[in-house]
Ligand binder design. Structure first.
Ligand code: HEC
Length: 141
């Protein structure tokens, strides 16, 4: 009698949890079928949404991403009197000085202003700084 009850209990528990699991799985598959386009799903791994975000922590080392991460705080807003990228009037006299002159300002800073060497990011490679300057000039002509 006691053993029969135990068997019944175990059987019920197994059946219930199997039922719950089956239900959960069904719900999961409906969810994944309804998942919005753009989700990256790998079998056995939770789905994640693929979003490309440029941030200072980004692995993107394109001049545009570096500009946004490092220089935009001043050159996107005009903070500290920085010439705003895209403002052709502000950039025309600077561009007229020549690319080498702009590279020198970007690498060494502009004494007496908020423009520090490499914009304050001494970890930037010289070539990256020059590529960012090229990008800034391109956007401001
Ligand atoms: C803290 C604010 C700030 C940051 C950050 C900053 N700049 Fe500047 N930048 C300035 C200011 C202010 C000027 C204008 C200096 C002046 O009066 O000629 C300037 C000017 C420049 C110029 C023009 C220099 C010239 O000779 O006319 C270049 C090129 C430049 N910045 C590149 C960069 C780059 C590249 C970065 C990012 C790596 C950067 N800046 C980040 C403030 C900043």
């Amino acid at each position: 009698m006691k053993i029969a009850n135990l068997v019944k209990y175990v059987l019920l528990t197994v059946l219930t949890s199997a039922g719950v699991l089956a239900f959960a799985n069904e719900e999961n598959s409906i969810e994944s079928r309804l998942a919005p386009v753009g989700n990256v799903c790998i079998e056995g791994i939770e789905c994640t949404t693929a979003v490309a975000v440029a941030s200072p922590e980004s692995d993107d080392n394109s001049p545009e991403a570096l500009f946004k991460g490092k220089c935009n705080s001043c050159h996107g807003t005009g903070a500290g009197g920085a010439p705003i990228v895209g403002n052709t009037d502000a950039w025309a006299p600077r561009i007229a000085k020549g690319t080498e002159s702009l590279y020198a300002s970007a690498l060494n800073g502009v004494a007496g202003t908020m423009m520090m060497p490499k914009g304050g990011f001494s970890d930037l490679a010289d070539e990256d700084v020059q590529a960012i300057v090229d990008y800034m000039v391109e956007q401001s002509q």
